[in-house]
Design a protein around this ligand. Structure first.
Ligand SMILES: NC(=O)c1ccc[n+]([C@@H]2O[C@H](COP(=O)([O-])OP(=O)(O)OC[C@H]3O[C@@H](n4cnc5c(N)ncnc54)[C@H](OP(=O)(O)O)[C@@H]3O)[C@@H](O)[C@H]2O)c1
Length: 338
């Protein structure tokens, strides 16, 4: 019988375990996907650990908001109003076609850590030919978040300087490449000096190391004294107010994550637009998903976007994969193949 990862109580990675479950039939407007690879995300670690921002169904919670695979079964009515493949603008898909799942808002119910899941047809796009299943599992969440925050929210333009924290995360690396695709200048901030070469190789114009470099002064130095046009921050915490002083007068602060769970004080420096960004704001909107898929597809074809896979685990090693996620030493996405 197909395997599914579930947990009955929140806690350490060991709460995750595999059970056998029959496959669900897709209802009207839904598609069943046979999962080939899963990308791990920080929000899943938070959900498993009990730090998810809303209540979850326990016991027997599923988990996982990112995955890629092939169409396994198609429910009634799909295709009539765009349906499967409508998002990509390429017509209907058939059983066996490779797809990427673009949004799983109820991951405790239909999470992707499994051999099969059922999602609305509108939550699928075709998998671009440039990526295999493993690379595709490292694509959507990181790159759609970087694109959505930087382009749709902040209106990043060519020549803009973008300061990116947690730069070695999958989302940080995606932001570096998205900024380069846009003709901007990505300035990377990392906690680890050992990651500097990898970040330069990924396309960072400069790398600043927290605790070693004065990030604000270094940003001003690299921007002719003006400061960053946009700060793309995944850390928050008490350092946020000082980080915000690296922005130019009238610049933009995007907070996309909260890796440091301590309270953050409100930045008080002169004119600054602040956005708190959650990708569901865009990935549940088919019109924005169409733009995201077009931008990501172009970036893959041009070679500007190159999903970075840090490590690959099997589904049986899901506990170890979450331990690896928690250690925070990764450069890029942790992928689980099914
Ligand atoms: N808004 C959204 O919709 C959205 C979507 C996806 C991800 N995110 C956010 O983006 C961030 C990265 O997520 P991810 O899944 O791509 O990667 P991840 O696995 O969470 O990123 C790990 C990296 O983050 C840095 N890091 C870890 N703990 C940290 C801490 N306490 N303080 C500062 N930096 C820390 C380290 O990078 P360095 O060694 O380079 O510092 C580490 O390699 C998370 O905050 C996540 O919630 C948000």
């Amino acid at each position: 019988m197909p395997r599914v990862v579930v947990f009955d109580e929140t806690g350490t990675p060991d709460v995750l375990h595999i059970v056998d479950e029959p496959v669900a039939e897709p209802a009207a407007g839904e598609v069943r996907v046979r999962i080939e690879a899963i990308g791990l995300n920080r929000i899943e670690q938070m959900m498993r650990a009990g730090a998810y921002p809303r209540p979850i169904r326990l016991p027997h919670a599923r988990i996982g908001c990112e995955g890629t695979g092939v169409v396994d079964a198609i429910g009634p009515g799909v295709g009539a109003v765009g349906g499967v493949g409508g998002v990509g603008g390429v017509g209907g898909l058939a059983v066996g076609d490779p797809v990427i799942i673009t949004a799983v808002p109820d991951m405790d119910v239909n999470g992707t850590y499994a051999e099969f899941t059922v999602v609305p047809a509108r939550a699928l796009i075709r998998r671009p030919a440039e990526v295999d299943a493993t690379s595709a599992a490292a694509l959507w969440v990181a790159y759609s978040t970087a694109y959505g925050a930087l382009v749709e929210k902040a209106g990043t333009r060519p020549g803009d300087h973008i300061l990116i924290t947690a730069a070695s995360s999958a989302t940080g690396l995606a932001a570096i490449q998205v900024v380069n695709q846009l003709g901007g200048v990505p300035l990377a901030v990392t906690r680890s000096a050992a990651k500097k070469d990898a970040l330069l190789a990924a396309g960072a114009a400069a790398v600043f190391v927290t605790g070693r470099d004065d990030v604000v002064a270094a940003t001003r130095e690299h921007t002719g004294g003006a400061g960053a046009d946009v700060i793309f921050d995944a850390v928050m915490g008490p350092g946020l107010a000082e980080l915000a002083t690296a922005a130019r007068f009238g610049g933009t602060l995007l907070t996309v994550g909260w890796l440091d769970p301590r309270p953050a004080s409100m930045p008080m420096n002169a004119p600054l637009t602040i956005h708190r960004y959650m990708s569901f704001e865009h990935t549940l909107d088919p019109a924005v998903v169409r733009r995201m898929a077009a931008f990501l597809g172009a970036g893959l074809r041009l070679g500007a976007l190159r999903p970075t896979v840090d490590a690959v685990f099997g589904l049986d090693d899901i506990v170890e994969a979450h331990r690896h996620l928690e250690r925070g030493n990764q450069i890029g996405k942790i992928v689980v193949t099914v």
